[in-house]
Write a protein of this length. Structure first.
Length: 283
């Protein structure tokens, strides 16, 4: 599921990070794509793909594993049998709990991904003299400058994004599946309803938490040039100096990516899960 998400959404994610971190460099999505292609070439859209793959595979593995555990916790809290189907709201709460665990594996890999994606802009703006162009060089730079804890820059922002965001993510997904199932079992849904449900869930997530993600990206990328203020300090500075709309820089590529990539994520997840369940049942 995580792999499908990255393969379909990486170019839009790269544009999102560039536009969030350096909103004055780009007039919009098309301008960002054109300039990136002219300056770096097609490979510029896939900068940070390796850490993005690691991030998404690690995050979604932990997320969906913990989602199952958290569903059982929610069942205990509401006092129902472990095989009872949860409501869409209860599934949303379970997803929100699960995201807190996923954040711990996501934050370090996302920091490396964001830095690779915005490295060219950091050099153009003069914030750094020489950039690191490989995963290993970025990792080595973080360890040398900040030590192992440097990988957790932006952790509070990531948590502020993930916990409420995944409430809307799983809530939107389950609500959409309920709509398409219309009385039938959700497990009987075909690929198109799953794609649309995943896309709807992803869109709900990003609409709800986009300003928080913008602050997170700035903290993780700009900390290359020196110590950054925390979440509230960065948030207030952006609003004061650039205005509220700066927090929504890069929203267009994010919403395109959210629908396409999360549709692919849930489609791959549901079908791979069914395939694995069949394998287990055959033994």
């Amino acid at each position: 599921g995580g792999t499908a998400c990255v393969v379909t959404g990486q170019p839009f994610d790269t544009a999102k990070v560039k536009m969030q971190t350096f909103p004055n460099m780009y007039k919009g999505l098309v301008d960002c794509f054109v300039k990136t292609y002219k300056q770096v070439g097609f490979r510029g859209f896939y900068k940070g793909t390796t850490p993005a793959l690691v991030a998404n595979i690690a995050e979604n593995s932990v997320l969906f594993m913990c989602y199952g555990f958290c569903q059982q916790i929610v069942r205990r809290i509401v006092g129902v049998d472990r095989k009872t189907k949860l409501s869409d709201l209860q599934n949303a709460a379970a997803g929100s709990f699960a995201s807190a665990f996923a954040t711990l594996v996501l934050c370090p890999t996302e920091l490396v991904k964001c830095r690779l994606q915005a490295m060219h802009e950091m050099q153009l703006s003069g914030k750094i003299i020489q950039g690191h162009n490989t995963v290993w060089s970025v990792v080595k730079g973080v360890i040398q400058k900040d030590g192992p804890l440097g990988f957790y820059r932006g952790l509070s922002s990531t948590l502020l994004r993930e916990v409420p965001g995944y409430f809307f993510f799983f809530g939107g997904y389950e609500l959409s599946r309920t709509f398409f199932a219309s009385g039938r079992s959700k497990d009987e849904l075909g690929p198109i309803p799953l794609l649309l449900s995943g896309g709807f869930g992803g869109s709900c997530l990003w609409i709800a938490v986009y300003p928080v993600d913008c602050v997170k990206s700035r903290i993780q990328v700009l900390s290359m040039a020196g110590k950054q203020a925390g979440f509230m300090g960065t948030f207030v500075t952006v609003v004061r100096t650039e205005g509220v709309f700066a927090l929504y820089s890069g929203l267009t590529p994010t919403m395109i990516r959210a629908f396409v990539a999360n549709g692919a994520l849930f489609l791959a997840y549901e079908y791979s899960r069914k395939l694995m369940m069949k394998q287990i049942d055959s033994y």
